[in-house]
Design a protein around this ligand. Structure first.
Ligand code: PGA
Length: 249
């Protein structure tokens, strides 16, 4: 089975509505002939409805949601609401949610279940902080994140997930993982999927790299056998750099 190549843009809490619409239109136009790479955009949730009208062949997802159907959860949006507004994917377990908003592995697991239940594609983020990398225990750390919040899924459910490895020390710092570090972790993640499920499933799951991935390093990162694309933050906010990353396979 050939794995999907995917490039996803995580816009975080950036841009105003007009800029966001312009960016989607420009990316869609520039990428109109790129059919072998799946393009995912994660704009601020508030912009979903407008972006849905112009997204063309781009897929759009949310950076966050709350895993309850409806009710008294002031300030939150549910997965069925975001689906109703055109989202097909959700980022779950991003390190900024884990660190700034104190999201636990348990809450992340509930989000995974809610997304799966509503047939929303999961982009599950994992990755170690600098202290863990310095202690050389990153494998144990990342494996545990997967066990705690993702690997309870069934064989058919896990196949609806994309995994994004994002070492926290590389996010927004300009310090990218080396190709050896990225490939080593991606290879390990695929092996753990094979151990928990089977090799065929492991071979079918796209594993994205994230963390200061940009137009100059995407090429060598995407050339790694187990790197199937990228989750891009800062460099996804400009059409030129994003498209150049998309063309880096
Ligand atoms: P960055 O962010 O590309 O700006 O490092 C990546 C991410 O947080 O997904």
């Amino acid at each position: 089975m050939i794995r999907k190549k995917i490039v996803a843009g995580n816009w975080k809490m950036n841009l105003q509505l007009n800029d966001a619409i312009q960016l989607v239109e420009d990316i869609a136009a520039e990428a109109k002939d790129i059919l072998d790479v799946e393009l995912l955009i994660f704009p601020p949730t508030l912009f979903l409805v407008e972006i849905d009208k112009i997204k063309s062949h781009l897929k759009v997802g949310v950076q966050n949601f709350y895993p309850k159907e409806s009710g008294a959860f002031t300030g939150e949006v549910s997965i069925s609401q975001i689906k109703n507004c055109g989202a097909t994917h959700a980022l779950i377990g991003h390190s900024e949610r884990r660190e700034i908003f104190q999201e636990s592995n348990e809450l992340i697991k509930l989000k995974v279940d809610s997304a799966i239940e509503h047939e929303i594609g999961v982009v599950f983020c994992c990755g170690e902080p600098l202290s863990i990398r310095e202690g050389n225990t990153q494998s144990l750390y990342v494996k545990q994140q997967l066990i705690d919040s993702l690997f309870h899924l069934s064989n058919s459910e896990i196949q609806k997930c994309i995994i994004a490895y994002e070492p926290i020390w590389a996010i927004g710092t300009g310090k990218t993982a080396t190709i050896e570090q990225a490939e080593e972790m991606h290879c390990a993640i695929r092996m753990w999927v094979a151990e928990c499920y089977n090799q065929e499933i492991a071979n079918s799951i796209s594993i994205l790299y994230g963390g200061s991935c940009n137009a100059s390093n995407a090429n060598e990162l995407f050339a790694c056998p187990n790197v199937d694309g990228g989750l891009i933050g800062g460099a996804s906010l400009k059409t030129e750099t994003f498209i150049s990353i998309v063309k880096s396979f």
